[in-house]
Design a protein around this ligand. Structure first.
Ligand SMILES: O=P(O)(O)OC[C@H]1O[C@H](OP(=O)(O)OP(=O)(O)O)[C@H](O)[C@@H]1O
Ligand SMILES: Nc1nc2[nH]cnc2c(=O)[nH]1
Ligand SMILES: [Mg+2]
Length: 160
């Protein structure tokens, strides 16, 4: 597990997805979007809305599966996207790049875009919005919940 965390709020995610849509529009039009589930679903929904795209396919890749000794498994293939020609692939992030590599092998003609990219996965993307250090763990809004923090004054009372 990474040593530091980067928390992404709903607002930030929405802004970053809109920024990505803005840079993607001149690269289109696209026949459809392939969302990499599950993390790519919400970014893909925001981008599809901005790009006025209604054909949404999904691909699901499980990478950390002990049963298959860590070999990535495609548990849902993107049947409607063929070899990817004219399609846009959306994921939330690339880290090691393993997921992106599997997706690209299945859809070699598609464009791969994501919101956040760590250095190892970056070469596998065509477009991303923000680079994140390799040792940082990105906390997405769906991974987190607001937490009560005691006032500083009360904290020092208990410490004293
Ligand atoms: O570059 P990688 O090292 O492959 O990591 C990136 C992938 O990891 C996360 O998905 P995860 O497999 O955790 O599943 P989820 O999208 O269902 O949460 C993230 O959404 C990317 O798809
Ligand atoms: N939420 C989350 N999932 C990941 N999967 C691989 N890297 C990451 C990360 O930094 N954050
Ligand atoms: Mg994912």
């Amino acid at each position: 597990m990474a040593t530091t965390y980067a928390t992404v709020t709903w607002d930030q995610l929405h802004r970053d997805a809109r920024l990505l849509a803005e840079t993607l529009i001149p690269r289109g039009p696209f026949k459809g979007i392939v969302a990499v589930t599950r993390g790519g679903l919400i970014p893909a929904a925001i981008i599809a809305r901005e790009m006025d795209c209604r054909l949404i396919e999904t691909i699901s890749v499980v990478t950390y599966d002990e049963e298959h000794q860590g070999k990535p498994q495609v548990v849902k293939a993107p049947a409607a996207a063929g070899d990817g020609e004219g399609f846009l692939i959306i994921d939330d992030l690339v880290d090691s790049g393993v997921t992106a590599q599997v997706v690209r092998q299945l859809l070699p003609k598609a464009l791969f875009a994501c919101l956040y990219a760590k250095p190892s996965g970056k070469p596998l993307t065509d477009l991303f919005v923000v680079e994140v250090p390799q040792a940082t763990w990105v906390l997405f809004p769906w991974d987190t919940a607001p937490l009560f923090i005691p006032p500083l004054a009360r904290k020092s009372e208990t410490a004293g």
